[in-house]
Design a binder for this molecule. Structure first.
Ligand code: URP
Ligand code: ZN
Ligand code: ZN
Length: 472
């Protein structure tokens, strides 16, 4: 049955206007005033914004890390994402040295297929580069729709790849029209600083931050940017946390290098002092890169406002405080890195960004949805409200006040790093390809309904549905 969302204010990355939206066969089939309600289910959006569904370009669901596995899997994680107004995620498919890329990809499909309640894609980790990997990459892009590769410059002896691997990945990505992503921290220097700290008996969570200073992020970001320029390739820097890294990206962009950057809500709102919380509570705030001194937040807000950073990822990587984070009780380097943010990413950016006057409504849509859709080959199928686009839609009430808390979140994890933060604005209903996943704040979706999305190559667009039959 067709649906008409009536009386809402449509907001895209460029426009804000009053109109109704007609949905048929999972796509937006019409936008206009006074659309015919005959044979339609009418959804009233009076006083609400109608946003394109959020796109979270950075999640780790059901991922082994640091001797444990993230608490949220594709079911709990995507459900929480939907509550928060996200309708597509792109998760990181880990790979292993010596194993084929296709077997890693098959594993990620297994993890997600029966569980996801919203659509999803994968980035592919490149941990080594050799003929076998090079031979497999074209198939990943052309056949599997995996058009972004991820290289970790940190996590020595675990995920870290060397500079040769990074450079050869950049060269291959240019050829294949894929986007390379980096976790930019100098893993070798961090490894030395961590060992030194532990030898000196410095074991508390705060030393996680002190052994990964901003310089190691700035240096790695600059290095990756330089290598990108040399390869004439394209680069996306994940989870930018500090002024040093943001400046390296801005500089490289000024020099004509194809580089984009993402930050995350934690770096915009929380700061390094959280790692000093007593009773090991600081472990809840262990991310890599770490939380920074508070003044960095203004630099990051300014970078997203001026377009030097383009997206916001949740970097969802959740571990329980009890039973997981406490693996590092006597040694900060054993605290699993990461936190739960998939649910609150959109709300925090709206509340801290739009409601506090730091960014415009249209910038908010761009940062939480459209820019990621364009960079990662999902646009215009996703990331906008337009005829022919998937009907991934968030009906958002900007007047609702809520307090973020573990007591009411939907993630599987036993704490929320934003506990007590008051936010303004909340999704009321969320549709994925025209079907309600969240309706009046209640989950009405189904695991397994989320579809894997094969993404277009970097810089290309594909419309893979014949929507002409449904257009008015
Ligand atoms: O601390 C973090 N960021 N954990 C997730 C893995 C990563 O580095 O993105
Ligand atoms: Zn990372
Ligand atoms: Zn991450």
């Amino acid at each position: 049955m067709k649906k008409i969302i009536k009386n809402g204010t449509i907001v895209t990355a460029t426009d804000t206007y009053r109109a109704d939206v007609c949905i048929e066969n999972g796509v937006i089939s019409g936008i206009g005033m006074n659309l015919s309600e005959v044979d339609a289910e009418v959804v009233d959006a009076t006083g609400k914004y109608v946003f394109p569904g959020g796109i979270d370009p950075h999640t780790h669901l059901d991922m082994p890390f640091g001797g444990t596995v993230t608490r949220d899997d594709f079911e709990t994680g995507t459900k929480a994402a939907a509550f928060g107004g996200t309708t597509t995620i792109i998760d990181f498919c880990l790979t292993k040295k010596g194993e084929s890329l296709s077997s890693s990809l098959a594993e990620w499909h297994r993890k997600s297929k029966e569980k996801a309640v919203i659509d999803y894609g994968f980035h592919l980790q490149i941990v080594e580069m050799n003929d076998k990997v090079l031979n497999e990459l074209p198939e990943m892009v052309e056949k599997e729709g995996i058009t972004s590769f991820k290289v970790f410059m940190a996590y020595k002896n675990q995920f870290q790849a060397d500079d040769e691997t990074l450079f050869r990945t950049l060269v291959a990505a240019k050829e294949l029209k894929a986007l390379v992503m980096v976790h930019a921290e100098n893993g070798d220097v961090i490894d030395y600083l961590v060992k030194k700290a532990i030898n000196e008996g410095k074991t508390e969570p705060i030393y996680h931050a002190l052994t990964r200073p901003p310089e190691v992020e700035g240096e790695a970001t600059g290095r990756a940017a330089t290598l990108t320029g040399l390869a004439d390739s394209q680069l996306y820097v994940v989870h930018v946390s500090c002024a040093e890294a943001a400046r390296k990206i801005a500089e490289a962009r000024n020099n004509g290098i194809n580089i984009w950057g993402e930050t995350c809500p934690q770096y915009l709102v929380l700061d390094q002092t959280y790692l000093e919380k007593p009773n090991f509570e600081g472990a809840k705030y262990v991310w890599s890169p770490p939380l920074r001194e508070k003044w960095n937040q203004d630099i990051l807000w300014n970078a997203i406002k001026t377009g030097q950073l383009q997206t916001i990822g949740s970097d969802q990587c959740s571990f329980d405080f009890v039973g997981q984070k406490d693996l590092g009780k006597d040694d900060f380097s054993k605290i699993p890195n990461g936190g739960p943010l998939i649910e609150d990413r959109v709300s925090i950016l709206y509340s801290e960004g739009v409601a506090k006057g730091r960014i415009s409504l249209n910038q908010f849509v761009d940062i939480t949805s459209t820019a990621a859709a364009k960079l990662f080959g999902l646009y215009p199928k996703k990331g906008t409200i337009a005829v022919g686009a998937d009907a991934d839609i968030v009906i958002f009430d900007p007047t609702i006040e809520r307090t973020i808390s573990v007591k009411n979140h939907h993630m599987a994890v036993d704490y929320n790093p934003f506990e007590g933060l008051q936010v303004t604005g909340e999704p009321v209903s969320v549709l994925s390809r025209g079907e309600f996943v969240i309706r009046n704040h209640q989950f009405v979706g189904k695991p397994g309904v989320g579809e894997f999305v094969k993404r277009a190559k970097f810089g290309e667009r594909k419309v893979d549905k014949d929507v002409s039959a449904t257009l008015h």
